[in-house]
Design a protein around this ligand. Structure first.
Ligand SMILES: Nc1nc2c(ncn2[C@@H]2O[C@H](COP(=O)(O)OP(=O)(O)O)[C@@H](O)[C@H]2O)c(=O)[nH]1
Ligand SMILES: [Mg+2]
Length: 307
């Protein structure tokens, strides 16, 4: 075996990607998406609905052991995950867990999970999950143009819409919350995001707060109406209740309540039906992040070819 010279070592080291462990930019995520089939999950919902908590709770669930039939097999974003989790930890001694507010315009936003089936019969699978900021959500919700050109939706394999269960439990807010989610789905549909094989999951979060029967009935009504209105307009529509991080863990509501089935489905990538580049042009992209998504879309969807 020949020994590498110091000079040669330096050159080789330059080609070794060293992950910071922070959430990934799209550019950084290419190492994952080019190497392995990776699905992209985009979580949308009103500010405070529990999007960041959902992602952090998945990580906590895997820290406890196998989850949804899968074992944690690594992450290139452990520090990013940790950052999102630290305020929610017991060590923070807060009465209620509190998540760091999702920063706007930050490029580092994709959280990576690699998991493997518990029985080890299958290869490990990769999933990138991101939550959109409150500001982006408001922009998209109020402008069809913004919604149409929002590149994350064009690329997403799974769009998760999180309804704030705390609002559903509040008789003064529940109607507004219902109208909001129905309008948002209508916007996504009219913007053409349902025209391809993207799966949509509407989840009523914080369901541990739906204590009385009236609140539960309203949550069921909301889900039934959404199914009645949008089933058939989107490749796969699923609805459900989750309590990603119940205020108090009980035998009924444990950490990650209701998340195992959605999470297992997020590991599957629906087959692409459209050429992303035909529906989005560079001129439509409003940030460098969008442009990277656009460039990457063709590589990711067209096979495993990377420049
Ligand atoms: N009771 C309860 N509270 C939750 C749950 N999930 C999140 N929360 C709380 O909802 C608040 C907002 O969560 P966050 O993830 O920051 O919302 P985001 O703005 O959508 O990212 C935090 O105080 C969380 O602790 C849940 O399942 N049950
Ligand atoms: Mg957040």
């Amino acid at each position: 075996m020949s020994e590498a010279t110091p000079e040669r070592q330096t050159k080789e080291e330059q080609h070794v990607a060293l992950y910071s462990g922070e959430a990934l930019t799209i550019a950084e995520s290419r190492q994952i998406t080019c190497a392995r089939e990776t699905s992209l999950v985009v979580v949308a919902g009103s500010p405070g609905s529990g999007k960041t908590t959902l992602i952090a709770s998945l990580f906590h669930c895997f820290q406890r052991g196998p989850f949804a039939g899968f074992m944690f097999a690594g992450s290139d974003t452990c520090i990013g995950l940790d950052r999102r989790c630290f305020l929610g930890r017991t060590i923070s001694r807060g009465i209620e867990p509190n998540m760091e507010r999702t920063k706007v315009g930050t490029e580092q936003r994709l959280i990576h999970f690699r998991v493997r089936s518990e029985d080890l019969t299958e290869e490990a699978r990769d999933v990138l999950i991101t939550d959109i900021s409150g500001e982006e959500y408001e922009d998209i919700r109020h402008s069809m143009d913004e919604c149409r050109k929002f590149a994350l939706f064009q690329r997403a394999d799974h769009i998760v819409i999180l309804v704030d269960g705390a609002r559903i439990a509040d008789s003064g807010q529940k109607h507004a919350a219902k109208v909001e989610v129905e309008q948002f789905l209508g916007f996504l549909h009219d913007a053409g995001h349902f025209d391809r094989n993207c799966n949509v999951h509407v989840l009523v979060g914080k369901c541990d707060l739906l204590a009385d029967e009236a609140a539960k009935r309203f949550s069921d009504l909301l889900k039934d109406e959404i199914v009645g209105r949008f089933q058939g307009k989107v490749a796969i529509l699923s609805v459900g209740d989750i309590a990603a991080r119940p205020r108090r863990e009980t035998s009924e509501f444990r950490l990650g309540h209701g998340l195992s089935s959605p999470f297992a489905s997020w590991l599957e990538r629906p087959q692409r039906q459209i050429d992303l580049t035909s529906s989005v042009s560079d001129a439509n992209c409003h940030s460098e992040f969008d442009r990277l998504l656009l460039r990457q879309g063709a590589e990711v969807d067209g096979g495993r070819e990377c420049p």
